[in-house]
Design a protein around this ligand. Structure first.
Ligand code: 5RP
Length: 260
């Protein structure tokens, strides 16, 4: 379908077939967390190296200056915040009609495979997949971190959940890198996989290593937030990651780019 292909081409670079998505949807759970206190400033600082942004509708309407270039992945699931209880109790926060009205190039929905809300979040994603299909709107399925954090990063779990999310109709998947068996995760999933970063890691080199390895093992790129905009040299960090994803940088090349 031409509509879906064209929208996907605004998220995944058609030349490199890879993507650097800057995730900036954290405010819906964490509030004004470090690095995105002023979302407009963060977007303006980093969008030059971002193929697309993951943002909520309120940040899109207040803090994004249309440039006709940066793809928009609209976050459409959510509900709970860190002030409340179970973060996995998500629902749909906006309609596909609204997503199209604000010119989203894709929408993103969280699922919690293996947790109490497994059934409800998977059915939610599946229904959204049908809605998206009607309009040629790509759907990103995101395997979110449940209460049992160890399980959420286990290769066996990631292999299961990414496949399940693809079975229910996602066009792209955002998940976590697993140090072992990531090549199996990619091989068993019929749609491209992007990796998230999780909380800010201790060393920059570790971020470069994870991203570099994931690309070598078949990931299509990253959908990453905190390890970029919470870095003291956020521009250096995103330029280095852009190099790994789109220009074939080694970890050493990325370190040099970061230091420039
Ligand atoms: C926040 C999210 C983020 O989009 C996702 O976790 C990627 O960001 P990070 O690299 O900071 O983990 O779903 O609700």
């Amino acid at each position: 379908m031409i509509g879906k292909k064209n929208r996907l081409a605004r998220i995944i670079n058609p030349k490199t077939k890879r993507s650097l998505i800057l995730a900036m949807d954290h405010g819906m759970v964490l509030g004004p967390t470090k690095g995105i206190e002023n979302p407009k400033e963060t977007i303006e600082l980093l969008k030059e190296w971002s193929d697309a942004l993951i943002i909520n509708k309120g940040i899109l309407s207040t803090s994004y200056i249309p440039d006709g270039q940066t793809g928009i992945v609209l976050r459409i699931s959510g509900g709970p915040t860190i002030a409340g209880g179970d973060l996995s109790q998500e629902g749909i926060t906006t309609s596909i009609e609204e997503a199209l009205r604000v010119s989203a190039d894709a929408v993103i929905v969280n699922v919690y495979v293996g947790f109490e809300t497994e059934r409800s979040t998977l059915l939610m994603l599946s229904k959204i997949a049908d809605e998206c299909h009607k309009y040629g709107l790509p759907l990103v399925g995101s395997t979110a971190v449940g209460k049992d954090k160890e399980k959420s990063f286990d290769p066996k779990y990631i292999k299961l959940s990414t496949r399940v999310v693809a079975e229910f109709g996602a066009d792209l998947i955002k998940t976590y890198y697993t140090e072992t068996k990531f090549d199996e995760v990619v091989a068993c999933c019929p749609v491209p996989i992007l990796i998230a970063g999780g909380p800010h890691l201790d060393s920059d080199e570790q971020v470069f290593k994870i991203v570099h390895e994931s690309i070598q093992k078949g990931a299509a790129g990253i959908a990453m937030g905190r390890n970029i905009w919470q870095n003291n040299n956020a521009v250096g960090m995103i330029k280095a990651l852009h190099g790994i994803i789109h220009k074939g940088y080694s970890v050493e090349d990325a370190i040099q780019e970061y230091k420039k």
